[in-house]
Design a protein around this ligand. Structure first.
Ligand code: SAM
Length: 350
């Protein structure tokens, strides 16, 4: 029976093993049965499901998962927690596998293939907050077969994931998450539901994967770079933020010629890094330099916005995912036309 949701039982286990919380692993264990039940409900766990739990801690939520799902795989980085899980708190369950690994290093596509014949699984976690974004975007971008992801994250991050155009929370993370999934804020969770208490508020968010993306951009890699450029400098108008970035064609050619890791993947990963960090701005510029054969002109952005019926002073935060996809298509198209006329001019000169 699941017992660890009660604070006194958690304390008993921690004392028994002289467990010391590791701040570097983002360890804040859940001690609230209502919240645990809410997570299981939000994830819509049934006896058919295979569930991946990221960071089981001492196994509090794992016990609930084992009692509700067909099978559970729990991936925990902290080796000190493994004997607690396998020899004590999860000993009574025969439908759980504990893996002592860094979730960011695991080949999850392979794991799902091996454990579930490649059929979609569910992910449930009280995430370590220091790596929330890489974990979620890794799952989405690597196209791990998933039905949904139900996770406890910082409240602020949950709000950014589900934000729509116009608000202060809306940005590259909102657009990247919503490209892959539909977010639903299932619960707001105060600090006293954890041990030790985190300094920030938390929330449970469920991301239900789209069968296919809600927008169809001709060049997905370019769409993600455009979004990143638009939010790199939030205060700038879209025309100022986007003009000068390298075009769709340039990077496509670059990838084809060098055979290097797809620029699409790199661009999508960086879309959701904290784009306001100066470091990332430098790297974005560096990327543009590397690809740099064709760049987006101010006129092209102005013309595209005009075609979309948008003001030339509009900022990125006003555009929906659909509008970003349309803008990306118009800019790629303008670039192709431009390249066509440049080669025609060159031919005429000969
Ligand atoms: N699920 C437990 C609970 O709710 O009580 C613990 C949640 S705690 C916020 C995060 C857990 O993730 C910790 O057990 C931590 O050791 C683990 N963790 C941190 N980084 C990890 C990583 N890279 N891979 C796997 N587990 C990780």
């Amino acid at each position: 029976m699941a017992t660890l949701g009660e604070a006194k039982n958690t304390i008993e286990v921690l004392n028994k093993y002289h467990f010391i919380f590791q701040k570097r692993f983002g360890q804040n264990f859940l001690i609230d049965t209502h919240v645990l039940e809410k997570i299981i409900r939000a994830a819509e766990i049934s006896g058919e499901d295979m569930v991946l739990e990221i960071g089981p801690g001492i196994g509090t939520m794992t016990q609930y998962l084992c009692e509700n799902a067909r099978e559970v795989i729990a991936v925990e980085i902290d080796k000190n927690l493994i004997p607690i899980l396998t020899e004590d708190t999860l000993r009574g369950y025969n439908n759980v596998t504990v893996i002592n690994e860094d979730i960011l290093k695991l080949d999850l596509n392979r794991l799902v293939q091996e454990k579930n014949g490649g059929r979609p699984i569910k992910v449930v976690a009280n995430l370590p907050y220091y790596i929330t974004t890489p974990i979620i975007m890794g799952l989405l971008e690597k196209h791990v077969p998933l039905q949904n992801i139900t996770v406890m994250v910082q409240r602020e991050v949950a709000e950014r994931m589900q934000a729509g155009p116009g608000g202060k929370d809306y940005g590259a993370l909102s657009l990247a998450v919503q490209y892959y999934a539909e977010p639903y804020l299932a619960a707001v969770v105060p600090p006293h539901c954890f041990m030790p208490r985190p300094n920030v508020g938390s929330a449970v968010i469920r991301l239900t994967l789209h069968q296919k993306p809600p927008v169809q951009a001709e060049n997905e890699e370019f769409l993600f770079r455009l979004i990143r450029a638009a939010f790199n400098q939030r205060r700038k108008t879209l025309v100022n933020a986007v003009s000068g970035m390298d075009g769709a064609e340039a990077c496509e050619k670059d990838t084809a010629n060098t055979g290097k890791r797809s620029n699409r993947r790199r661009a999508a990963e960086r879309t959701v890094e904290s784009v306001d960090e100066p470091d990332n701005r430098e790297r974005a510029a560096e990327d543009a330099g590397k690809c740099g054969r064709s760049t987006i002109s101010r006129e092209a952005v102005q013309e595209a916005l005009k075609q979309m019926g948008l003001s030339s002073t509009v900022r990125g935060e006003a555009l929906s995912l659909e509008e970003f996809a349309r803008l990306a298509d118009l800019l790629s198209c303008a670039e192709k036309k431009n390249a066509g006329s440049t080669s025609a001019e060159a031919a005429a000169e000969h």
